[in-house]
Design a protein around this ligand. Sequence first.
Ligand code: PA5
Length: 317
Amino acid sequence: MKAQEWIEGLPEQFVVYEITSISPSAYKGIVFTGMGGSGIVGDVLKLFLEKDGVAVPVISLRGYELPPYVREGWLLVAISYSGNTEETLSVAEEGIERGLKVVCVSSGGKLREIAQREGLDFVAVPSNYAPRYAFGFMLSAVMSLFGKKDPIERIRKHLEESKGEIKETAYRIAQVIQNYIPIVYGTPLTEPIAFRWKTQINENSKTLCYTATLPELHHNEVVGLDNPITRNLCHFIMLWDPEDHPRVKRRVQITEELFKELGLAPIVLQGKGATLEERLLYLAYLEDWVSFYLAEFYGYDPLPVKVIDRIKEALNE
Ligand code: PA5
């Protein structure tokens, strides 16, 4: 099965791209734009750059339009695996009109044509994958663009070494959460990965899944737990990182206590690894396998996303 082959091969996608690297401080701000399986790359890079102490604003944008304050002097990184996603193309064209420095990342499509037409920097990732299964290629391309080459090598080695254990853990998690609606809680450091859990479970397992983030979820979501009829339809997963803010870590403990009082057993996970990058990619790889096994248990082929294709076709009519 293609999907399984691609998930097996994720660690090998972490390769350094030999491209000229960009210094964030050379720009007034940085915008990543992309949707779905490509959009997640911008979310993760934003987090990595902020953790590195980037001194300019960084935005990860989903949609058709740039915010008004993004002007000349900003950098726009447009990421679309197919190169044909209309929201991403719209933002790329707008960035060109506003005189931004624009870098395009794709396997081809219209985004490559725009880059050729305008003489923009273009980073090509390997073609013939489904976008969400090319996450490692796209992330490596954009990490290379920002000179984060050592972490790429470390992630590759770490995922290769952890694969066996990750698959075993993922299988057990999928067994526990099957027949429930998975709710994935994140923290400021794990938020993009919690969102990736949601989207991979949606697309690979053809299953509804929702996410919320601490500390915000302590101001609303937790009240929703009062109703046993709806909470018993769900299984809860909480992702956190040892580098999270101390008060966030305290909130993780309090959330666990709340769940226990309700007789619920959340799955509380932190990634394994020496660095934040390794730990987050560990959790992301775990989720690839959880969503894969969940698809298997429900009898779905993880690969097709017919309704996404249908919507794209309807928009092209
Ligand atoms: O996983 C998918 O197929 C989607 O989430 C796509 O990534 C999304 O529709 C955007 O397409 P692309 O990544 O080609 O820009």
